[in-house]
Design a protein around this ligand. Structure first.
Ligand code: SF4
Ligand code: SF4
Length: 269
């Protein structure tokens, strides 16, 4: 394991519920997910800490879901909610630290033992410094989960910054200066803010859906678009772009490039 601190609830405003299925909806905007989490939190707050009551509430919440999961093979847990009244921290409402000792995670979509021990690939693939950069740059529950779980995106952004600089851009250096960190946040926040993405496309970042409902990695069809690969394309894919022609691809690349240049300019200054 490369990362030595816990990625799920690292503090400082960052928290994650991605592996509990948080983003597994076609509409996974901040507004839509806030509404979903608020509903689950409100419902479960009214339920006594007893397994049978939680099982019933979990069934109800699944039935009342605003939409079907985008990837049917990936489970979406109704026990995910906001841990604080200000709705700034996402987490498991059935965790014993939340319930005062009763472990209610068996009432969710996995066994409690799975929830307790699961670590996503980011634990193994991100370095400590990369994970710290994401934590500090994306200090909010919505953006943090989107970025910390996308190793290709984080690495791709750092690689582009290095190319632009013509030298190393160590993550531990990027967090040192507030103005640089703000520019890195803008770059990472493209996960949320990037315009003109196809809202109807069944994609989540770099993944589309196979016939079994499983996420599968996708690529740019350069032959169809009549163009060649460029260094920005990994990040373009991770942002969820599905360019239909070379003009759309160029526009997406330019968006990424301008944000990378923004970071590099400040670093070099
Ligand atoms: S997706 Fe990874 S970082 Fe997020 S809650 Fe799950 S294990 Fe933790
Ligand atoms: S019960 Fe497990 S899957 Fe459900 S919210 Fe809690 S940790 Fe996530």
């Amino acid at each position: 394991m490369t990362v030595s601190f816990h990625l799920c609830q690292p503090g400082g405003g960052a928290s994650c519920g991605a592996c509990c299925g948080l983003y597994n909806f076609r509409d996974h905007t901040r507004v839509a997910l806030t509404e979903q989490l608020a509903m689950q939190t409100e419902r479960l707050h009214r339920v006594p800490w007893e397994a049978s009551a939680w099982q019933e509430a979990a069934r109800e919440l699944i039935a009342a879901r605003r939409a079907a999961p985008m990837f049917p093979a990936v489970r979406v847990c109704p026990l995910l909610g906001f841990l604080d009244k200000d709705r700034k921290q996402v987490g498991c409402l059935g965790h014993p630290l939340v319930t005062g000792g009763t472990d209610l995670r068996d009432c969710g979509v996995y066994r409690a033992s799975v929830c307790e021990t699961f670590t996503c690939p980011s634990f193994g693939w991100l370095t400590d410094a990369q994970a710290r950069l994401v934590q500090v740059a994306c200090a909010d529950w919505y953006l943090y989960g989107l970025v910390i779980t996308d190793v290709e995106f984080v690495r791709g952004c750092l690689r582009l910054i290095e190319w632009e600089l013509g030298g190393p851009a160590k993550p531990e250096v990027l967090v040192e200066r507030p103005e640089v960190l703000a520019a890195v946040r803008k770059l990472f926040a493209l996960k949320e803010t990037a315009p003109r993405r196809d809202a109807k496309a069944t994609v989540f970042g770099r993944f589309s859906r196979d016939t079994e409902g499983e996420p599968v990695p996708r690529t740019v069809d350069y032959v169809k678009l009549g163009t060649r690969a460029a260094p920005e394309d990994d990040v373009v894919l991770c942002l969820g772009y599905t360019p239909q022609d070379s003009t759309e691809l160029m526009a997406a690349r330019e968006l990424v490039r301008s944000h990378v240049k923004g970071v590099a300019r400040l670093l070099a200054g």
